[in-house]
Design a protein around this ligand. Structure first.
Ligand code: PEP
Length: 251
């Protein structure tokens, strides 16, 4: 079922004390019924997952991770397995974020391995797709996101999307302060949904699709008003409780 979902991607930010402060402000807001979003997910740096699990105990806020390695275990120094995320009550995991694709050279193939490994552990993958500024200027936005999506579908199968979330994240809008206009975002979301519908209408109708890219308190509502946008993946603005809660309220 399509769910209004707001996901906080804290990236590599925070210290123990800041995690406590931020979570406590978010918890108060959510408890007070500020959020219209059906589901709110916090994705902290992995090292804070234990702390976040403890501090969110008893709250309805869900926990997600930003990344993991597709192998179950082994000699992968510095990596974390999806099965480990489960032990810290994670239910979501971001897969294929453009920062992973660009800075850590993650290929579509590797992204797909992670997507499958996440689902094997009953984690819901939030699959990120998005184009660069140059690709957009060359009119390639739709082709790029469809290629990224198709790469996962080819290996994982369309049925696997009955338990996944897609996040359209134009790279030129991430952390730049530039946001896709609601119309630009809607156009790509609609393209993704109709592509899925050609393969399986039920999945297309039910999948939750997020927009990500400089979502802020002042632009969230207009984005959420679009028919194919179900929520947001929020980076920078998720580090400010008031800003984040306003986005959750708009969902
Ligand atoms: C992100 O990291 O997924 C993101 C959308 O970041 P920001 O909101 O800061 O653009």
């Amino acid at each position: 079922m399509r769910t209004s979902l707001v996901v906080a991607n804290w990236k590599m930010h925070g210290r123990k004390s800041e995690v406590t402060q931020l979570l406590s402000a978010i918890k108060i807001g959510i408890k007070a019924g500020v959020a219209a979003a059906e589901k709110v997910v916090i994705c902290p740096p992995s090292i804070f997952l234990g702390q976040v699990e403890q501090e969110l105990a008893g709250s309805k806020i869900a926990i997600g991770a930003q990344n993991a390695h597709p192998q179950i275990k082994g000699a992968f120094t510095g990596e974390v397995a999806f099965a480990m995320l489960k032990e810290f009550s994670c239910s979501y995991v971001i897969i294929g974020h453009s920062e992973r694709r660009e800075l850590f050279a993650e290929s579509d193939k590797f992204v797909t391995e992670k997507f499958l490994a996440a689902q094997e552990q009953n984690l819901i993958p939030i699959l990120c797709v998005g184009e660069t500024q140059t690709q957009r200027e060359s009119g390639l936005s739709k082709a790029v996101v469809l290629e990224q999506l198709q790469a996962v579908i080819s290996e994982a199968g369309i049925e696997s999307f009955s338990n996944a979330v897609i996040a359209y994240e134009p790279i030129w809008a991430i952390g730049t302060g530039l946001t896709a206009t609601p119309e630009q975002a809607q156009e790509v979301h609609a393209t993704l949904r109709s592509f899925l519908a050609e393969l399986n209408r039920e999945i297309a109708d039910n999948i939750t699709m997020l927009y990500g890219g400089s979502v802020k308190a002042n632009n969230a509502k207009a984005l959420f008003d679009q028919v194919d946008i179900d929520g947001a993946l929020v980076g920078g603005a998720s580090l400010d409780a008031e800003e984040f809660l306003t986005i959750c309220a708009a969902a």
